[in-house]
Design a protein around this ligand. Structure first.
Ligand SMILES: Nc1ncnc2c1ncn2[C@@H]1O[C@H](COP(=O)(O)OP(=O)(O)OP(=O)(O)O)[C@@H](O)[C@H]1O
Ligand SMILES: [Mg+2]
Length: 225
């Protein structure tokens, strides 16, 4: 899908969070790096309408998330750093099934699909457990399952490994960068993950300062900071 930003600026209470960003992206793995407060999350949130531009135009697969929030949410799944904010239902299976509540599928089909996604990410043994009793890594895999089951075309993950230990970070990164068939936008401070993307964008001071091949952009970032 084409992610197209044309002269996009975002201000919160008159303070600029994103300044004149223009970029067209259709790569499968898109990494986003930059210092704290540089505008990464603001960029990520524009893609599904969680944030709307103060000026300029965003389209994702031809949909303007600021105008058609419902279509944008259907098309783009969003993963947060803290999986607790995404868990809605008491048990793991119920939580994944909840994503299909308005799919028009029968209860039986919803259960089957939800279980298949849990199997895919190897957490089906947790299906009947209380979602809040899971470890951080298991919760993040649950959050990803609850997004993937609805079959979005794009998945935006804003620092999805920030709260995870080494093993769980690796597993979540493997899912997002190697296993998903969807297009993925990955915001991360982990430069090893960024290095594995097809393209990376670097934000600094609310501006998109560089985008392209990961290696030279990461080197410049390390040299400057
Ligand atoms: N909802 C909001 N209300 C007010 N200011 C905001 C809001 N969201 C972001 N900002 C401000 O916009 C700027 C960019 O924030 P953003 O969250 O996009 O940065 P970031 O690159 O994701 O940083 P981090 O690495 O810390 O997550 C910051 O100055 C931030 O304080
Ligand atoms: Mg952020």
């Amino acid at each position: 899908m084409l992610i197209d930003l044309n002269a996009v600026s975002v201000a919160f209470d008159g303070k600029t969070a994103l300044d004149g960003v223009s970029v067209k992206l259709d790569q499968k793995r898109i990494g986003v790096i930059g210092l704290n407060g540089s505008g990464k999350s603001t960029f990520a949130r524009l893609l599904n309408g969680l944030v709307t531009p103060t000026s300029g135009l965003v389209t994702v697969g031809g949909i303007n998330p600021a105008k058609d929030a419902k279509a944008a949410r259907r098309q783009t799944g969003f993963i947060f750093s803290n999986p607790d904010v995404q868990i809605i239902m008491p048990t793991v299976l119920e939580d994944v099934a909840f994503s299909l509540r308005s799919s028009g599928l029968s209860t039986g089909d919803i259960q089957t699909r939800a279980l298949a996604v849990l199997q895919r990410f190897k957490i089906d043994h947790l299906a009947d457990q209380a979602a809040h009793s899971l470890s951080g890594g298991q919760k993040q895999l649950l959050a990803i399952s609850a997004i993937v089951v609805a079959e979005p075309k794009l998945i935006v993950a804003d620092e999805p490994t920030a709260m995870l230990d080494l093993t769980n970070s690796r597993r979540v990164a493997e899912v997002l960068l190697d296993e998903l068939e969807q297009q993925v936008v990955l915001v991360t401070h982990d430069l090893n993950l960024a290095a594995n993307c097809d393209i990376i964008l670097r934000f600094a001071g609310a501006k998109l300062v560089e985008f392209g091949e990961p290696a030279p952009i990461i080197s410049a970032y390390l040299a400057e900071n």
